[in-house]
Every structure is written in C-alpha cells, then in structure tokens.
Design a protein around this ligand. Sequence first.
Ligand code: COA
Length: 322
Amino acid sequence: MKFSRIASTGGYLPEKILTNADLERMVDTTDAWIRERTGIEKRHVALDGQTTVDLAEQAARQALADGGFSPGDIDLIVFATTTPDRVFPSCACLLQQRLDIHGCAAFDIQAVCTGFVYALSVADKFIRTGAARRALVIGAETLSRIVDWSDRSTCVLFGDGAGAVVLEASDEAGILSSHLHADGQYESLLTVPAGVSDHPERLRAGDAFIEMKGNEVFKMAVNTLGRIVDETLDASGLDKSAIDWLVPHQANTRIIAATARKLDLPMERVVVTVDRHGNTSAASIPLALDVAVRDGRIRRGDMLLMEAFGGGFTWGSVLVRF
Ligand code: COA
C-alpha cells in the first residue's frame, strides 16, 4: 500500500444563517456591494455555546458513516483549525474523545485558510510511510468568534462550518502530490494580533479580531495561487486539461475565477460554495468537496486540484485522483 486515497467525505454547517440583508442592519454595507466584491450571499454562524469540535463531530460522523467505517477503524486524527475550542487539549483530542477512539495519534494543525491542505498533506505522508492506515482529516472553524461584527471590511466575509474526509491506505494513487508553502514576512497583512502570549490583555478584554489589508491580500492571493497551479502541474507532468474539477479555498469568487482562468477551466468545472458558506477558512475545501461529491458532480476517478491561500501567509495545493 504505497498511497492514500479519499475514501469518504462529510460536512456540517450550523443551522443559523446570516444573510447579507442581516448584515445591512448591522454595519454600513449593502447586499449589492458584498455580492459584487466577494460573491457571498449568506453564511452560517455557530450558536452561542456551539464550538468548533461540535461542528467537527457532525462532519466526522458523516464521513465515517459514508464510508461504512466505525470510529475504531481510525488510527490518526489530523484537525485543521484557527479557532480551537480551548488552548488545550487540542481539538483533535477533544474530537477523539467524542468519537470514543483511544490511543491513536491526534493533533491540530494551524495554517489558517490553508489548514486543510496542510492536514491532508501531513496525513498522506503518515499513510505513505506506513505510520497510519486510516486517518480522519478535519477542517473546522467558528470564525464568527474572531470576527469584529462592527468592522464592515471583514465581517461580511467569514462563516462557520466543518468538513471531513477519511483518508485510507491504497494500492492506487489517490493523493498524487501536495505542495506546501509559507512566508511569515506577510504576517501583518492578515492577522488576529493577540493571543495567549502576545497581548493577552486584548484576548482577555474580548478585543482579539481578524484584521486584514484586503486589497493587498487579494493581489497576493491571485498571484500566489497562479504560481501554485503551475508548480502542481509541473510536478505531476500533467497538462491543465487533465484537471476535471478545481476545488478551491472559498474566500472570494473573483480570486476563484482568476485561478480557474489560469487553468482554462470553465466555471462549471469549479466547485463554488462561497456564495452560501462565506469564507470558512480551514473548513472551506472539505465542505466544498463534500457538497460536490454528495450532489453527484465529483465522481470516482475524477482529477481534482485543491488549492488554498491564507494568513501567515500560507499557501498550498493537493492533486487528487478521487
Ligand atoms: N460594504 C461597503 N463598502 C465597503 C465594505 C462593505 N462591506 N468593506 C469595505 N468597503 C469600502 C471601503 O471602505 C472602501 O471605501 P473607500 O474607497 O471609501 O475607502 C471601498 O469599499 C473599497 O475597499 P477595498 O478594500 O479597496 O475593496 P476591495 O475591492 O479590495 O474589496 C475585499 C474588499 C475584502 C472584498 C477584497 O479586498 C478581498 O476579497 N480581499 C481578499 C480577502 C480574502 O480573501 N481574505 C482571506 C484570504 S484567505
């Protein structure tokens, strides 16, 4: 068993929906501005007390059920999130306990919006080396907790949700290649500038929110994602015509469309959920994948390109034969 493949998927969105019309009542914005600049129409937000692990548990149980797995079949949990329930234990350990799994390795990954791409890549390497046979890989967020709901330039963008896949050892290639990058010199363009150790007083005062220089992030995202498309195709020796589906991180339809153009891929071959989900950070790719698998667009054997860009900056891609 030299490879890993995605055996099943799951997703979960909290029931509460915030529409652009709701936001018009909260900040100085319009539905037209949000749609035109971002493509977003609505987003889901967690209820008070509903945590990242609550959302992840639903997505994980769906992925397990979908593949006909029981929790005991899992021997690795990799959990991507920027909004963990607690400082510790990790979300991976909290989820492990909810699923009544005991003893296997379980840890969180923090790569902001690129988190799921990082998590999938790491889990793939565990499986390829024989250190694990069947991994639960999660991306889950309650970004609403770090959004300043009085800041119109950021609050319209984000949402909450969770996505999961079961990744298992296989004789045939599923994950064909993964490409991970980061450059910390851009940390100030997209950040929550407070935490447990840096400006803890802001955290304690409830003043730790996403700050973003949107325009600069936008330009960097478009350029960087263009480069990662080239890198991924070069590494695999594939022509862009081999890609059946682009499953991108869902930040903004204009960023997604720019990557699709780079691939000469019509928008009908791009999975877009940002209109309904907003930007759910690490959850956005597994949620989009789950939507398109469930509605029958993505089928076994299809070639998928997943790509993401996020705070750090971090960016990456995974090429998958589904
Ligand atoms: N409603 C109405 N007006 C708004 C607004 C809102 N929600 N948010 C910002 N504006 C205003 C600004 O104040 C600015 O007004 P001014 O010209 O009077 O100063 C104007 O709209 C243009 O702002 P700008 O930031 O230049 O807009 P933009 O075209 O870059 O779009 C984003 C803003 C955030 C949608 C866009 O920059 C973006 O998508 N950036 C990337 C975000 C992202 O993907 N982040 C996560 C990466 S994982």
